[in-house]
Structure formats: C-alpha cells, structure tokens
Design a protein around this ligand. Structure first.
Ligand SMILES: [Zn+2]
Length: 148
C-alpha cells in the first residue's frame, strides 16, 4: 500500500517517507560517482517540497532551475547565487524555511515526475531521469504560472 506525498504527490509506501527516495538518490550519487547534477537534483526535490525553503529560497531555486533547464547555464555555487553574493549583506536572507517564512506556491502544481520516478528508473538512467524531471518541472511550473 502507498499514500501520495502531501507535497509532491509521489507514492510513498506505508510507514515510509518521500524523503527516502531523495536520500537514496543522494546515495547513488556517491556510490556510482554521479555528482554532475547534484545541485539540480537538490533543487528539484526541494522545489517539489517548497515548505522546506523560505520564500526567498524558493524564488532563488526557481530562478536557478529556469537558468539550468531553459538557458543551459549550470550554476555550481548555488548558495552564493541564491544569496546574490555574500559580500552584499543587504540581500542576505535565509534559504531554508523559518517559522515565519515558509515557501509556497500560489496554487498546487501538477508534477509529471517526482523523486520516486527517478528511483524507479534506476541508477543506469540517473542523469537522463534528473534531466527529464527538471524539464517536466519547468513545464509544470509554467502551466501553474510560477515560472515565465
Ligand atoms: Zn514528496
């Protein structure tokens, strides 16, 4: 038996947690030395669980996703990029959620893929799966009016 994740809709085995799929993908990255899309993987999972971000963190992650998928620009120093530069303390804000600052979408987003699909496709298809996941997310976010 499975229950849909309340955040991303992925099927979660009874007694399990959606996070376990993400954790397994992180293990694969190390076990099979597939760390080329690490930041994209992290952003995809967290954007589908936006309550893990602050509002600014979610906005920054969405901008990174757009740049990665639409413009083909891979940003390695993600924290620096989201913060707009550590030297500018005026723009420094938390990336992760705080009790008074929790990321959310205006309306539910209908995701076509989740971390569970990347797990189901297996480690041999890891990079292709993460790229398909991120591309599908951009389409879903555009349909929901969250990305232009
Ligand atoms: Zn989930």
């Amino acid at each position: 038996m499975t229950t849909p994740c309340p955040s991303c809709g992925a099927p979660v085995p009874d007694g399990g947690a959606c996070r376990e799929s993400f954790d397994l993908l992180l293990i694969w990255e190390w076990e099979y030395q597939m760390q080329d899309v690490h930041h994209l993987l992290v952003a995809c999972y967290h954007i589908q669980h936006p309550h893990l971000y602050s509002r600014e963190g979610l906005a920054g992650a969405l901008d990174l996703l757009r740049r990665w998928v639409v413009e083909g620009e891979y940003v390695f120093d993600v924290r620096e990029s989201i913060r707009g530069g550590v030297s500018n303390s005026q723009r420094d804000y938390p990336i992760t959620a705080r009790p008074d600052n929790i990321g959310a979408f205006r309306q539910p987003v209908s995701w076509t893929m989740t971390a569970a699909d990347v797990v189901a496709a297996g480690p041999d298809r890891f990079y292709d799966s993460v790229r398909a996941w991120s591309a599908g997310m951009v389409e879903a976010l555009r349909s929901a009016g969250e990305l232009v």
